[in-house]
Design a protein around this ligand. Structure first.
Ligand code: SAH
Length: 250
């Protein structure tokens, strides 16, 4: 997959692209992320990309020409069929949306700054708008990184063991189960013995049950399309002596 990101601050995004799972995926060529600065397409000597809003009011608006010309410049490397503006007005980004985007051959992400972009950019080149949540950031860069990281995890080969994606929160519509590592006893608090005993089926069942427990306690609205086995596990949870979630985790 190829992702083109338009940003006035490519130097801010570049280091985050180099680390961890994403960095390795880029090195291995499983994914390409290219950064384009609309400022390189500004028309004047001062390389202006913004201007005061028509009709007055606070802040500045990103001008059409540098952005649209930056997008035009990608014509030979990107299909430009999926040009996504990061915007608090967009559809809210979820794991489901990440999965949808991971199926694309390429996409272009536009990070805006100031008060946003001239509406004609949206009208002429943008095919989708995505918000990472109901709050306002000062720019789309952090939002673009959120999208790139979440989408990249779903590309074949990016996460070493597919199982880690498979047990990610939200992947199956549930929150992920709690995780433990050495030491088995920490300040009097023992890791659940089932995880240390090596019975794979029992571990799977425990993880599913704890994922259901966490989802039930924290995000009950996510509990949909439950299997027979899930209903059985939920019934078991319901029959347990009421404890606080904290106690349960120990
Ligand atoms: N005045 C605008 C906000 C501009 S914030 C409004 O009220 O809608 C500047 C830029 O940051 C936005 O254009 C967008 O690219 C980015 N941004 C801000 N909040 C965001 C969010 N929740 N999701 C995605 N991008 C966001």
């Amino acid at each position: 997959m190829r992702i083109d990101v338009l940003t006035l601050f490519p130097e801010a995004l570049a280091p985050m692209l180099r680390i961890g799972v994403l960095g390795r995926a880029l090195d291995a060529g499983l994914l390409t992320v290219a950064l384009t600065n609309p400022r390189d397409f500004a028309h004047d000597r001062r390389r202006t990309v913004d201007d005061t809003p028509y009709g007055g009011g606070a802040g500045m608006v990103m001008r059409c020409e540098p952005l649209v010309e930056a997008i035009d410049s990608l014509i030979n490397v990107n299909s430009l069929e999926h040009v996504i503006l990061l915007s608090p007005r967009g559809r809210v980004f979820t794991q489901q949306v990440a999965r949808e985007l991971a199926g694309l051959r390429d996409m272009t992400l536009i990070c805006a700054r100031y008060e946003g972009v001239d509406e004609r950019v949206s009208k002429q080149v943008v095919t989708d708008e995505i918000s990472i949540g109901d709050y306002v950031l000062s720019g789309g860069e952090v939002a673009a990184l959120v999208v790139v990281e979440a989408v990249s995890r779903m590309l074949p080969g990016v996460v070493g063991k597919w199982e880690s994606v498979d047990t990610d929160s939200f992947y199956h519509g549930l929150l992920g189960p709690p995780q433990y590592t050495r030491p088995s006893l920490f300040r009097g608090d023992a890791a659940p013995s089932v995880l240390l005993e090596g019975n794979h089926a029992a571990i799977q069942r425990w993880r599913r049950k704890e994922a259901l427990r966490a989802t039930c306690a924290r995000r009950p609205e996510l509990l949909q399309q439950l299997s027979e086995e899930d209903l059985k596990l939920l019934a078991e949870i319901g029959a347990e002596t009421p404890m606080t979630e904290k106690e349960n985790e120990s």
